[in-house]
Write a new protein. Structure first.
Length: 162
């Protein structure tokens, strides 16, 4: 595999197949984006309550959300970039609400696998610096997400696992 992934299912509700799907999808996204082999990333699958707590504490929004990303390469004001020679690239952490993924899959009328895959790719792109705050940024990020999902074989109307 291309990435060093740490997948943590805190809900203990994801199947082995779903975790393998996410692993393959994120590796596909990493290759698509030209990410260095051996780069590290963690993905935690959590409850609505846990993601609401994190959203409140880190983003000032006291409500559950579907995905939150914490980029290791994003520098705050006054922070200096530190890179160790020969060390793997540390991309960051993605947190996904399993409950929200299930709700949104139902709301949008596509498979749970498609939704959780979308959220993983969405969080991954945030780690790489993509955003959707401005219209042009949102257009670019949406196009990139769809390109990765389609090239992987997980479209909105596909209910089969890749």
């Amino acid at each position: 595999m291309h990435l060093e992934l740490d997948l943590l299912d805190e809900t203990e509700s994801l199947s082995k197949e779903t975790l393998e799907l996410i692993e393959r999808m994120l590796n596909h996204a990493a290759v698509s984006e030209g990410i260095e082999e051996g780069s590290e990333l963690s993905v935690s699958f959590i409850t609505n309550n846990k993601i609401q707590e994190i959203n409140r504490d880190y983003r000032g929004k006291d409500m559950p959300t579907d995905v939150i990303s914490f980029a290791m390469e994003e520098l705050g004001e006054g922070e200096m970039e530190i890179k160790a020679v020969g060390a793997p690239r540390l991309l960051g952490d993605i947190l996904i609400s399993v409950e929200r993924a299930k709700e949104q899959a139902s709301d949008y009328g596509h498979s749970y696998e498609r939704e959780i895959g979308f959220l993983a790719v969405h969080g991954f792109l945030h780690l790489l610096g993509y955003d959707h705050m401005e219209t042009e940024e949102e257009k670019e990020m949406n196009e990139k997400q769809e390109e990765i999902l389609l090239s992987f074989g997980l479209s909105r109307d596909l209910d089969e696992k890749q």
